[in-house]
Ligand binder design. Structure first.
Ligand code: PBG
Length: 425
């Protein structure tokens, strides 16, 4: 009997009760970037029996015309009866049904219908995996971020990237832990072509030429003050002088092979300046993902522990945005668009879904959302304490960021979530 192989989304129906999260998420784009797909194809194949010439009616020797004639003559063939109406529990009130024309539950009543009408999808292709790196050979666990490590740039990092690629996550963003001795008030290590980040980019590009590498452009990992910019004697963060350094940093990263440089510093005018600096050096092809709306958030706490990059004094409120502000994000959006940003980012993610939607509705550019360290750690902690179902909350939070309008999501869950979406544990 002939059969046809049809490519189907994974796990049609429900996986582990995740239901709406489990559909349409592993799109065709994902497969080609998997180098080893040995364990996958059988999960993605769905065998459909094609129609053949030897169906049941032919076997019985009755022609279509004879079947029709039999029905017309009143000899109706048997079929299963209409199923009985399912019983309600004793004590259920007997009511005359309410006259409701629009019953939205009709479209939710089965997994197939829910899947057909699902508006948003979640795929490993949407994830960018933030990775912490250091000079060491060992991977050091980060206390405030269970499951995350400062990875040795030469070994642990390369293995982690391989794992991510194996489940369709082929985009990463690098965050370096810089030795204290290399930090300075002007953060000059940020543009050392042989520094940790450029060296790591070269290594990764050598191993995985198609890996998309995002970099963070900001001085904080390199600043002895732990600020994103140069700090003047009176505590003021110097804008234009910092932008000068950021341009050198971005060019150094581009020279090493970065695909997307991501200014997260929130200095004014840095996107335009970085664009010009990149272009002047022949890096017209390198993209800029601007942290358009980056808020002065307490959700960054675990990250600063990871990189030991807490500001030595004060806070970041003179450059990062006030969490109370919404319209102000439009000012940043207009500046970034006109200065040539390729991707606009909102950070943090889940507490700022309204801002994600604002940017989505006001710009045709791709939108990124950063599910930051504090968001990640809260879900992890809730899971460890058995207060929430970690896996379901993880997938729901990511889906919600997509629903709000994010094209891509920077998330420490990238590997774990992609494994779930691929049907692994
Ligand atoms: C620094 C930077 C920060 C994060 C990304 N880039 C911290 C900060 O602004 O203090 C935070 C990411 C996270 O919390 O996961 N330029």
């Amino acid at each position: 009997m002939a059969s046809t192989i049809v490519n189907m989304p994974l796990n049609v129906g429900t996986i582990k009760g995740l239901d709406c999260l489990s559909h349409g998420k592993f799109n065709a784009n994902v497969l080609p970037i998997r180098p080893s797909i040995s364990s996958l194809p059988h999960r993605r194949m769905f065998v459909v029996k094609a129609s053949t010439n030897d169906g049941p009616i032919k076997k019985l020797g009755i022609s279509d015309a004879e079947c029709e004639a039999a029905v017309v003559a009143g000899n109706i063939p048997e079929a299963p009866p209409v199923p009985p109406i399912p019983a309600s529990p004793a004590g259920t009130p007997v009511v005359t049904s309410v006259d409701i024309k629009r019953r939205p539950r009709r479209n939710r009543r089965s997994p197939v219908l829910r899947s057909a009408f699902q508006e948003t999808s979640l795929s490993p292709a949407n994830f960018v995996y933030p990775l912490f790196i250091h000079e060491g050979e060992e991977d050091t666990p980060i206390g405030a971020m269970p499951g995350c490590y400062r990875l040795g740039w030469r070994h642990g990092l390369v293995e982690e990237v391989a794992k991510a690629r194996d489940v369709g996550v082929n985009s990463i963003v690098l965050f370096p832990k810089v030795p204290d001795a290399l930090k300075s008030p002007t953060g000059d290590e940020a543009y050392n072509d042989n520094g940790l980040v450029p060296r790591t980019i070269r290594l990764l590009k050598d191993k995985y030429p198609d890996l998309i590498i995002y970099t963070d452009v900001a001085l904080d990992p390199y600043s002895s003050d732990g600020h994103d910019g140069i700090v003047r004697e009176d505590g003021v963060i110097m804008n234009d002088e910092t932008v000068h350094q950021l341009c050198k940093q971005a060019v150094s990263q581009a020279r090493a092979g970065a695909d997307v440089v991501s200014p997260s510093d929130m200095m004014d005018g840095r996107v335009g300046a970085i664009r010009s600096a990149l272009d002047a050096e022949g890096f017209q092809h390198v993209s800029i993902m601007s942290y358009t709306a980056k808020y002065a958030s307490s959700f960054y706490g675990p990250f600063r522990e990871a990189l030991d990059s807490n500001p030595r004094f004060g806070d970041k409120k003179t450059y990062q945005m006030n969490p109370a502000n919404y319209r102000e994000a439009l000012i940043e959006l207009r500046a970034d668009e006109s200065e040539g940003a390729d991707i606009l980012l909102v950070k943090p993610g889940l507490p700022y879904l309204d801002v994600v939607r604002l940017l989505r509705d006001n710009s045709p550019l791709p939108i990124a959302a950063y599910q930051v360290s504090g968001e990640y750690s809260m879900i992890k902690a809730g899971g460890v304490l058995k207060m929430i179902d970690e896996q379901k909350v993880m997938l729901e939070s990511l889906m919600c960021l997509r629903r709000a309008g994010a094209d891509i999501i920077l998330t420490y869950f990238a590997l774990q979530a992609a494994r779930c979406l691929c049907g692994e544990k």
